[in-house]
Ligand binder design. Structure first.
Ligand SMILES: *Cc1c(COP(=O)(O)O)cnc(C)c1O
Length: 385
């Protein structure tokens, strides 16, 4: 039996409750106008989100995976092309490459940040490389200046998979504004989440945006009955856009709350055997996930489960070890493989309380065999490690 209530991995209802009236008003406008596909809410959200990311254009699409596929296809990437992908990412990053007929080339990640590096991209270049997908994993952003430099020299495209990084930045510049295109997911649990599936591509290239919009809308061009290409249907709907537009106004405040939660985790776990994924000081992460590394994960998750505390694994099998990508497996990738056995995601959401974080850290430390309770070194923020 657990003592008292546990801690959920994520609490979506708590953030929605903060919005009650605002959401209802937006919802009623959409249903009142029957603006279910396209329409003013989609257009307004696209304008707002492009401005938020610091890009010229945004195209709302069905989900984050479609966003990646549409971006790759409209960049002209297809059979015979190689696309560099970090091995430690959600499978959708790699699936999108396979879906357009290209081959993912998996590369290892940096052991402290778990992100792809410019050196890894440079080492993976071949004559067939057409693009790199930079994944802003866990809400961080890698050195985009260095990666963009390597890509420019090699003449390959940069696509940012920013599904976990709405509002994150590198040197003060927002995720989504570095690549030829950047893709977002609005899956409900993301930092900016819809009430269902949703996604977007942002880009500074108006021609690319128009091509993506056409491909995602049955290949329509200027007129409704003229189809220049065999497209598909992947659109952001009006109700989701209305919800997202309301939530976007609160995103910075929610990301700041995640940052405060992360700082408390860092101070409570400092001096313990638990290692937090570290961030480059030039980056502004948005802490989509609170990921730590532990030696004996089995014991820690048993302790969390015992106390009714939610946890997750992002990701326990690196992409190059997934059966789906066996053809593209490539050589051993030491960091991604080691991390897969050690990483553990702890509860993280904007309304998580200090008491809840203390409860989680207490359980994690008990599971690592550290002296029970919060270590003395962490009692005061900034205490010696
Ligand atoms: C969530 C996610 C996706 C896929 O987004 P969907 O909207 O679920 O299709 C792609 N890449 C990363 C890194 C993600 O976290």
């Amino acid at each position: 039996m657990t003592a008292g209530p546990g801690v959920p991995f994520i609490d979506l209802r708590a953030t929605d409750r903060l919005l009650g009236g605002e959401l209802q008003a937006a919802w009623q406008e959409v249903t009142g106008a029957s603006a279910f596909i396209g329409g003013p809410h989609v257009e307004a959200f696209e304008t707002d989100f492009a401005a938020y990311c610091g890009t010229g254009h945004c195209v709302g699409v069905g989900n984050g995976t479609d966003a990646l596929e549409l971006a790759l296809a409209c960049l002209g990437i297809g059979p015979g092309d190689e696309v560099i992908v970090p091995a430690n990412t959600f499978v959708a990053t790699a699936s999108a490459v396979v879906s357009v007929g290209a081959s993912p080339v998996f590369v290892d990640v940096d052991p402290s940040t778990m992100l792809v590096t410019a050196d890894a991209v440079r080492a993976a270049l071949t004559g067939a490389t057409a693009a790199v997908i930079v994944v802003h994993l866990y809400g961080q952003v890698p050195d985009m200046d260095a990666i963009a430099g390597v890509a420019a020299t090699a003449g390959i495209a940069v696509v940012e998979d920013a599904a976990q990084a709405h509002g994150a930045a590198w040197e003060g510049r927002r995720a989504g504004s570095f690549g030829h295109a950047a893709t977002f997911s609005f899956y409900p649990a993301k930092n900016l989440g819809a009430f269902g599936d949703g996604g977007a591509v942002v880009t500074g290239d108006g021609g690319l945006a128009a091509a993506i919009r056409s491909r995602a809308n049955h290949g329509r061009s200027r007129s409704r009955h003229h189809h220049r290409i065999a497209g598909r249907n992947s659109r952001l709907d009006g109700l989701q856009a209305a919800v997202l537009r309301v939530k976007l106004r609160h995103l910075d405040e929610w990301n700041a709350a995640r940052r405060r939660a992360h700082e408390l985790y860092a101070s409570l776990l400092s001096g313990s055997p638990v290692r937090l994924v570290s961030t480059d000081p030039r980056a502004t992460p948005v802490h989509h996930l609170e990921v730590v590394e532990v030696d004996d994960r089995r014991r820690v998750v048993d302790e969390l489960t015992e106390r009714d505390i939610g946890w997750g694994l992002h990701y326990p099998v690196p992409c190059h070890r997934q059966p789906a990508f066996a053809r593209h497996a490539g050589g051993p990738l030491a960091v991604a493989e080691m991390a897969a056995d050690r990483i553990l995601s702890l509860p993280m959401f904007p309304t998580i309380t200090a008491e809840q974080i203390e409860q989680v850290c207490d359980a994690v430390l008990a599971g690592t065999g550290a002296p029970h309770g919060v270590p003395a070194a962490a009692a005061a923020p900034g205490g010696a490690a």
